[in-house]
Design a protein around this ligand. Structure first.
Ligand SMILES: [Ca+2]
Length: 271
């Protein structure tokens, strides 16, 4: 029951991110945003300056691709926010960073969405101090993020928090996730499920939702408003009932239904 509740919560948190991204056409701007290791690897330490699985290790310390097949005291590391792998930005030598050059469309706004957690440390040697991380886009800091541990956090009970930031493409931009967490050499902020999706263009639509139909009338006469359209096979049909003239202008309204075919009106005097 407890596991089920955790999964439900995770699904709800993931849902928040996906709903927001449904606005934009989802495109794979980022490669291996799921931070999955290469086939055959269940764990991979990547030294500064080295590249691995689409990402480059660019911090002062190494980073670790960790998976749900990475054995830790008490079981396996996880669960992941997505797939079976994630990255701990503090490998073994304090703050690391990962980066990727992203080809994008200049001037287009993008939503960057990712899941963040923290490595709570090996069972019996907790490292539950707050984990912090900066995200840069094209070298500019676009967000600083904090993950606060609960006393119950363990490496077999990873909790994820989703974040979303907005950036603008210049054609080719570096995205970088940098640990600013220096409390522990080997337990830093953990990231997973990175997506970069274009936002839809903002547009303005002008629509007429109603027309006003007015005609001049004389008392002692009765008038009948009529309409026709493709739906009436172009036959004139009454619009409302007969109306007595008032020696003045009579007006009424008709609703214009979105997508409705062209509609014609006329008014006739009835005996
Ligand atoms: Ca993953």
């Amino acid at each position: 029951m407890k596991i089920l509740m955790k999964r439900e919560l995770l699904r709800a948190v993931i849902g928040l991110c996906l709903i927001a991204l449904e606005d934009g056409a989802r495109a794979e701007v980022v490669a291996n945003g799921g931070l999955e290791p290469l086939p055959g690897d269940t764990f991979k330490s990547v030294m500064p300056g080295a590249s691995y699985a689409g990402w480059r290790s660019v911090g002062s310390g190494d980073i670790e691709f960790t998976t749900d097949q990475t054995a830790v005291p008490g079981g396996f590391f996880g669960p992941m926010a997505e797939g079976s792998g994630c990255v701990d930005l503090n490998g073994i030598r304090y703050q690391g960073a990962v980066s990727q050059m992203l080809t994008n469309k200049p001037g287009v706004d993008y939503a960057v969405c990712f899941a963040m957690s923290g490595n709570p440390g090996v069972l019996g040697t907790p490292r539950r101090g707050t984990k912090t991380m900066d995200v840069t886009w094209g070298g500019t800091n676009v967000g600083s993020f904090v993950f606060t541990h609960l006393p119950t956090d363990t490496q077999t009970n990873i909790r994820w928090e989703y974040h979303k930031i907005y950036v603008t493409g210049t054609g080719l931009d570096e995205i970088r996730f940098t640990s600013t967490s220096g409390t522990y050499n080997d337990a830093g902020p953990v990231i997973d499920d990175i997506s970069v999706s274009p936002l839809p263009d903002t547009y303005l639509a002008v629509r007429v939702s109603q027309v006003e139909l007015c005609w001049n009338s004389l008392s002692n006469f009765t008038y009948q408003l009529q309409y026709r359209s493709m739906l009436t096979t172009n036959l004139w049909l009454p619009f409302g009932g007969p109306v007595l003239g008032i020696d003045g202008v009579i007006c009424t309204n008709d609703t214009v239904v979105p997508g409705e075919l062209q509609k014609y009106y006329r008014v006739i005097r009835v005996p």
